[in-house]
Design a protein around this ligand. Structure first.
Ligand SMILES: *Cc1c(COP(=O)(O)O)cnc(C)c1O
Length: 228
């Protein structure tokens, strides 16, 4: 029998354009659920807690690509740097410096996405467009030998107003194009626009998302009472 998890993954995968990929957001879900998704062919997984992701990494197949999505404290960077595939949540230059330090020690180049604040809510993390421009204009980031900037990430306002959500995703796409032409003209690997979750991923794909981050639709509701 085909599991619900496998069915959801195959449905979402059918909707993806050829240059977009699915990250299955497995935070708060057990390793068995990840294995089900893995057996259905899924290889990219997203988590937002360092300890939880690291334990899963240690137990699960090594060809899984682990994407870190959450707020990252500097004292915990060292735990994920040896294996993480991409960090989506860069919201300051200082964080890049700290990641670079650990990346040099680990002998790895870390793919990072600049997180932009595109939602109306005050609570969401991320650079404003202007803060991000100033950081890139300052140019110091170019000296961070073990950081690779791969693109941008954003979260839309949590609303049923699809016009608003589409507007926010579109603004991130336009900003990505601006960065691409101003700072990354010769870098074809600055190419990711990480946007779209369970409730808005179709709108994100219509607006150029290359990485959708989907949890609930694949794995069901998260049980936060099991939080460590
Ligand atoms: C939890 C989370 C998701 C997945 O959310 P769903 O609504 O369950 O699809 C996506 N992105 C980030 C940054 C998250 O923290």
């Amino acid at each position: 029998m085909i599991s619900d998890i496998a069915t959801q993954i195959s449905e979402i995968t059918k909707e993806l354009p050829s240059d977009s990929r699915l990250i299955a957001v497995s935070k708060f879900h057990p390793e068995e659920a990840i294995i089900e998704a893995y057996n259905a062919g899924q290889r990219l997984f997203g988590e937002n807690h360092v300890q939880e992701m690291t334990e899963k990494y240690e137990h699960l197949p090594k060809d899984i690509e682990w994407h870190f999505l959450g707020h990252l404290q500097s004292n915990k960077i060292k735990y994920i740097v040896p294996y993480v595939a991409m960090i989506h949540s860069i919201d300051s230059y200082e964080l890049l410096v700290e990641i670079n330090k650990q990346a040099v020690k680990a002998g790895r180049i870390i793919n990072c996405l600049l997180q932009l604040h595109i939602a109306k809510e005050m609570t969401k993390f991320g650079f404003s467009f202007d803060e991000c421009r100033s950081m890139l204009d300052a140019g110091e980031w170019r000296k961070l030998s073990n950081i690779h900037l791969s693109g941008v990430m954003g979260m839309a306002t949590n609303t049923n107003d699809t016009v608003q959500v589409a507007f926010e995703f579109q603004s991130l796409k336009v900003f990505f194009n601006e960065l691409k032409s101003k700072y990354f003209t010769n870098d074809n690997s600055f190419k990711e626009i990480s946007m779209g979750m369970t409730h808005d991923y179709s709108i994100a794909l219509q607006n150029g998302s290359t990485l959708v981050r989907i949890g609930t639709k694949i794995f069901g509701e998260r049980d936060y009472s099991k939080s460590k």
